[in-house]
Design a protein around this ligand. Structure first.
Ligand SMILES: NC(=O)c1ccc[n+]([C@@H]2O[C@H](COP(=O)([O-])OP(=O)(O)OC[C@H]3O[C@@H](n4cnc5c(N)ncnc54)[C@H](OP(=O)(O)O)[C@@H]3O)[C@@H](O)[C@H]2O)c1
Length: 331
């Protein structure tokens, strides 16, 4: 039996290539796993875009099927965690990096990596959320658990028009927080306001070198951008506030001083979705199931085919997309 998959290959003569191929199931089953999934949808996250365009060394085993996300039906499970026919979600765990991922009609995975698809969401909605939305939920859980309340002040979301940013704005607004969205796409202000942003600011104001301490503006921050943006976000966070840091679209560097941390007691909280525990995943997906406005998902998401992934990945790296891209792997 064979199935369609995006395959990343590395050869000395040709370098890294990305193509849609028909793959033999035996090759898939050579991966370490105990659960065969018939994938319905995957999605394109920033890390997938980096892998597909080979802009960063995301892939560490070749050939590789990219796709850090997937949702689908269990075909067979050698452990007692899942029964045939159950719908499950995959987010992370090195899939698309060291283990074949979700941009394929089948995936062979470890059952402990999977979580049940929450009743609230369809498979398509789960991938509109995807790792981006689940990471937004991890950031917001951290902020809420830290004790930041809606009346404490405004929450800043950077890289606002992207996947993490879009879901973060929507979830924060639904939880009653006032959100300022920082974006390079000022002409998309309406999109961000419809998600729930009260203010929209030009991201350029955060991208340049700034002073170590600036006017206190934010009770909390969800930052996907890193570099100077993260440094400025910390410098603008209120006394005792928290900055949830999860991304690096401007850069992996952090050209900051310790001033916000030692003079204002600001907390810089690192957020990782890839290796997060089962309990953290379930808590984040529960937060989404209970508080995310479902209607927003059809507004945020677009569906593409496996064939369109390379084009979308290139646009994503160029910062030219907004919202989320769900991949129908059977088209
Ligand atoms: N820690 C984790 O577990 C985890 C999980 C998921 C994602 N991430 C990271 O979070 C980041 C965002 O992921 P995503 O899925 O939301 O990506 P995305 O959909 O591509 O959104 C990223 C947004 O960042 C902004 N941006 C793009 N290029 C930029 C640049 N050169 N300088 C400044 N801003 C830029 C753009 O927003 P505007 O045009 O609106 O400014 C873009 O829409 C990525 O770095 C990703 O690797 C980390």
């Amino acid at each position: 039996m064979s199935f369609n998959a995006i395959i990343l290959e590395k050869e000395e003569a040709t370098g890294v290539t990305c193509s849609l191929k028909n793959v033999n199931k035996q090759q898939l089953l050579a991966q370490q796993g105990d659960t065969l999934i018939q994938v319905a949808y995957s999605s394109i996250n920033y890390k997938d875009a980096l892998a597909i365009t080979n802009k960063s060394p995301v892939v560490r085993k070749w050939p590789m099927v990219p796709g850090i996300d997937g949702v689908g039906c269990v075909v067979e499970c050698a452990s007692d965690r899942y029964q045939k026919g159950e719908q499950v979600i995959l987010n992370g765990w090195g899939c698309g990096e060291t283990h074949w991922g979700g941009l394929a009609q089948y995936a062979y995975l470890k059952s402990e990596w999977l979580i049940p698809l929450p009743n609230k969401f369809t498979a398509h909605q789960a991938m509109t959320i995807g790792t981006a939305g689940y990471t937004a939920a991890l950031c917001i859980e951290r902020i809420v658990d830290f004790g930041v309340k809606p009346h404490d002040g405004i929450v800043l979301v950077t890289g606002a028009s992207g996947g993490v940013g879009s879901i973060a704005i929507s979830l924060l607004a639904k939880l009653g927080y006032q959100v300022t969205a920082s974006t390079s796409k000022i002409d998309e202000a309406y999109y961000l306001q419809k998600l729930g942003a009260v203010n929209v600011i030009d991201s350029q104001t955060l991208k340049e070198t700034g002073k170590p301490l600036q006017k206190e503006q934010w009770s909390a921050v969800v930052d996907v951008v890193g570099s100077h943006t993260l440094a400025n976000a910390c410098a603008q966070t209120q006394y005792g506030g928290i900055v949830a840091c999860c991304g690096l679209t401007q850069g992996m560097d952090l050209p900051a001083t310790v001033a916000p941390f030692i003079l204002r007691g600001v907390t810089l909280a690192g957020i990782d979705s890839v290796m997060a525990s089962y309990d953290k995943r379930i808590a984040a997906w529960n937060l989404l199931a209970h508080h995310l406005d479902e209607e927003i998902l059809s507004y945020v998401g677009r569906t593409i085919t496996l064939n369109e992934c390379v084009e979308v990945a290139n646009k994503m790296i160029a910062g030219k997309i907004k919202g989320r891209f769900v991949v129908d792997v059977n088209k």
